[in-house]
Design a protein around this ligand. Structure first.
Ligand code: 2F8
Ligand code: CA
Length: 194
């Protein structure tokens, strides 16, 4: 015969109460831990974002032409692209325009010296031509050629064989007129990105 004690269920003895309280406490603890974990992650993420913002600000000073556009060189408030591939004068101009720029217009000695130094005795198209009328040299922007800066090689422009309507920086660093269909590297120029 079983006595009254042996027939009692765990519910009536309260055996379920203690484990469910413990489980509840463990759950609360887990939530707290998860909460703290994500809190730490979020604060680290915010710290990192602020570091990146600071770095971007600094890189604006270090790389005024854009920290990601490493191929653009900064000089005296403007950005210059020295191509690595060769093209005809017209193709070179199109390439520059595709980069929101144009072939370089040279305004003064300092700019010429910078370009000459970067060109390292190689040939680079510049934004100067007399395509419309022989001998009537024109910059690709509104800069007036006649009253502006000039740095031709001695005896240039000579329109050799009557075929030279486009100007380039020659091996000497000074300018030479060449057939526009010749292949050369090119220099694009654009204002600083705002
Ligand atoms: O290839 C055309 C180029 O040939 C010579 O330079 C290498 C001429 N220079 C002289 O005659 C001094 C250039 O005028 C001419 O454009
Ligand atoms: Ca020439």
């Amino acid at each position: 015969m079983m006595g009254p004690e042996t027939t009692m269920t765990p519910r009536t003895t309260g055996k379920y109460w203690k484990p469910s309280f413990l489980v509840y406490m463990l759950l609360v603890l887990c939530f707290l831990l998860i909460f703290i974990f994500f809190g730490i992650l979020l604060s680290k993420d915010m710290k990192l974002s602020s570091e990146v913002r600071k770095l971007q600000e600094t890189s604006k000073d270090l790389f005024p032409c854009g920290s990601r556009s490493w191929e653009w060189e900064y000089f005296d408030g403007r950005c210059y692209y020295f191509s690595v591939e060769k093209a005809t004068w017209h193709m070179a101009r199109s390439q520059c325009q595709a980069k929101n720029s144009d072939l370089v217009v040279i305004h003064h000695d300092a700019e010429q010296n910078f370009l000459q130094y970067q060109a390292r005795n190689m040939l680079f198209w510049i934004g100067l031509h007399d395509l419309k009328e022989e001998g009537y040299w024109t910059w690709v922007d509104a800069t007036d050629y006649r009253t502006g800066f000039m740095k031709w090689n001695r005896g240039e422009p000579n329109d050799s064989q009557g075929k030279e309507d486009c100007a380039m920086i020659s091996e000497t660093g000074r300018w030479n007129d060449m057939p526009c269909t010749s292949s050369a590297m090119y220099v694009c120029e654009k204002p600083l990105p705002s």
